[in-house]
Design a protein. Structure first.
Length: 162
């Protein structure tokens, strides 16, 4: 047996320290969560995806009384970007949250399913996707690769039958 380590790299910043492009992307994510359909949890999430062609696609979480039928903001935005611009690489995704029922005091990170989707898009395009996680108190965590959020993505070439 051999023990190994994985090092994760991220940057902690305040909203005001970000570039204008990053601030704008977060603002679009915040605007997106205003359209969230979250009558059960009161937990609003917005995501904005910046594509290489400078287009920005935003999405919000959409809940459903049959809980597994809902969809996270990250996947709404990523799937729409993939459907509308299938061959355009994703540069950055910004995610912001707000709760109607409790105070969020820290950065909220994507669920496992969203991390897997981001990882597969990153693998498909052959270049890293920057992830910007924004909290209501303007704290920000930035990762320059999905690998830092999901170092062991589910992946197998044997799943591809073509």
């Amino acid at each position: 047996m051999k023990e190994e380590k994985i090092e994760l790299v991220f940057t902690r910043a305040k909203f005001q320290e970000l570039s204008k492009t990053e601030q704008d992307l977060i603002e679009k994510a915040k605007n997106a969560y205003l359209n969230a359909y979250a009558p059960y949890s009161g937990f609003l999430v917005g995501a904005s995806v910046l594509l290489e062609n400078s287009e920005v696609i935003s999405g919000s979480n959409q809940e459903n009384a049959a809980y597994p039928s809902g969809l996270c903001a990250e996947r709404v935005a990523l799937f729409y970007a993939g459907a509308k611009y299938p061959n355009t690489p994703i540069k950055t995704i910004a995610i912001s949250t707000k709760s109607k029922t409790f105070e969020i005091t820290d950065v909220v990170s994507p669920c496992g399913a969203c991390r897997q989707v981001m990882a597969e898009y990153q693998q498909k395009q052959g270049q890293n996707i920057k992830i910007i996680l924004h909290s209501p108190n303007d704290e920000v965590l930035i990762s320059n690769s999905v690998d830092d959020l999901l170092p062991f993505m589910f992946n197998s070439e044997k799943l591809r039958k073509f």
